[in-house]
Design a protein around this ligand. Structure first.
Ligand code: PLP
Length: 394
């Protein structure tokens, strides 16, 4: 008999699972080339060539015990040192290996942070729309997710809403930029405002409020837009990074946390996070791929492939009358469903073999998420369906 808590979680995750199964069935029924699956955030671009080379070199050249063995729960020191130096060069920061904890992707990193900081009943504030898994990660530690309603004008964070959401129980404010599902990037002015609200609230409640910046899409930004480094704006910031999207390695489960020495209780948090990594069962981030990313720190996927998809899909949908903020990063469009219920819209889209995710899964009904990390030609083939959908739903 599964636990009461899991019963609820299994029920809730059935929507996305059902869509995944549906996609496979539809491909069998209509032929894969006639099904347009925009539901998953799985990178479509191959990992850069350097990854394959680095895997071979690590396996051929490095000490086997080192490559496959246990290590410090926080990761190999030389890898953490190189990550810190790379960040310092890029962002003018002053991190050392002690500030870096190698994690099992962004998901592993967030769970480590939550395990480290949250008591049952503590509150984690997020801005809608948000990555739906946050709800589950917060519930893992019996904390409460507090949602700031969406600012549908431009999907930038609503500072008044943030001020109203923070209480004496707030431990963490969680942001995600570039954002899944909207693609917006928080600019300098936005981060300054955010920091101001948080500083005021820290003073009002006389307690630290940690800003956790979830950044798996940091490298996927378009039109030379700057993605500012959040630790520069607000002292109590922890950054979660992942190579899942920047190197197209989601299955390898590799990322890191940055826990700066300047945050309140830094020493305790750094050592507790290492223990959390171990006792959550991760033990340490996968060893071989840690050694691979060490050799590929300044390598990224070819973002132009996603950019081409973004331009085609965004421009076409706008032409058909859809409302959507042009994404500056990540690989999603968040599109208004005219005045139709989002789940109804998803069903209608499915009748044209188009699979998209309802905005309600991201805490923002009335929209759908379209993941454009797909084949360019599939987008082209899908456009007729999107055009017909617009005509029927307007
Ligand atoms: N955070 C956000 C906003 C995401 O979109 C994802 C994955 O899509 C994750 C975290 C999890 O990333 P990872 O695969 O690195 O654990």
């Amino acid at each position: 008999m599964i636990s009461e808590k899991m019963k609820v979680l299994v029920e809730q995750s059935s929507v996305i699972r059902a869509m995944f199964e549906e996609g496979k069935n539809m491909a069998k029924l209509y032929g894969a080339e006639n099904v347009y699956d925009f539901s998953l955030g799985n990178p479509s671009v191959n990992p850069p060539r350097q990854i394959k080379d680095a895997i071979k070199s690590v396996v051929d050249e490095e000490d086997e015990n080192l490559v496959h063995g246990y290590m410090n729960n926080s990761g190999y020191e030389d890898v953490r040192d190189a990550v810190a130096n790379s960040l310092n060069t890029k962002f003018g920061t002053n991190f050392s290996y002690e500030n870096i904890l190698m994690t099992v992707g962004a998901a592993g990193g967030l769970n480590v942070v939550f395990k480290t900081l949250l008591n049952p009943g503590d509150e984690v504030v997020v801005f809608a729309p948000f990555f739906g898994e946050y709800r589950n990660y917060v519930s893992n530690f019996d904390a409460k997710l507090v949602v700031v309603p969406p600012n549908t004008k431009n999907f930038m964070p609503d500072m008044e809403g943030l001020g109203a959401a923070i209480t004496a129980k707030t431990k963490i404010v969680l942001i995600n930029t570039p954002n899944n599902p909207t693609g917006v990037v928080y600019d300098d002015a936005t981060l300054k405002e955010l920091a101001k609200v948080l500083q005021e609230k820290e003073a009002q409640f006389n307690m630290p409020i940690y800003l956790v910046a979830d950044e798996p899409y940091r490298e996927l930004a378009y039109d030379n837009v700057e993605v500012p480094y959040v630790t520069k704006y607000y002292t109590n910031t922890i950054v979660g990074y992942s190579y899942s999207k920047s190197l197209s390695l989601p299955g390898e489960r590799i990322g890191y946390l940055v826990i700066p020495s300047e945050i309140t209780d830094a020493k305790d948090i750094i050592s507790a996070a290492g223990v959390a990594n171990r006792i959550l069962g991760f033990v340490n981030a996968p060893s071989l791929i840690q050694r691979v990313v060490l050799r590929c720190l300044d390598v990224n996927v070819d973002v132009e492939v996603y950019n081409r998809n973004r331009e085609l899909l965004y421009n076409s949908l706008k032409e058909y009358g859809y409302e959507c903020v042009k994404p500056q990063g990540a690989f999603y469009l968040f599109v208004k469903t005219f005045d139709m219920d989002d789940k109804e819209f998803v069903a209608k889209a499915k009748s044209k073999n188009i699979l998209v995710v309802p905005g309600s899964s991201f805490g923002c009904p009335g929209y759908v998420r379209i993941a454009y990390c797909v084949d360019y030609d599939m987008i082209k083939r899908s456009l007729k369906g999107f055009e017909e959908l617009a005509q029927e739903c307007k």
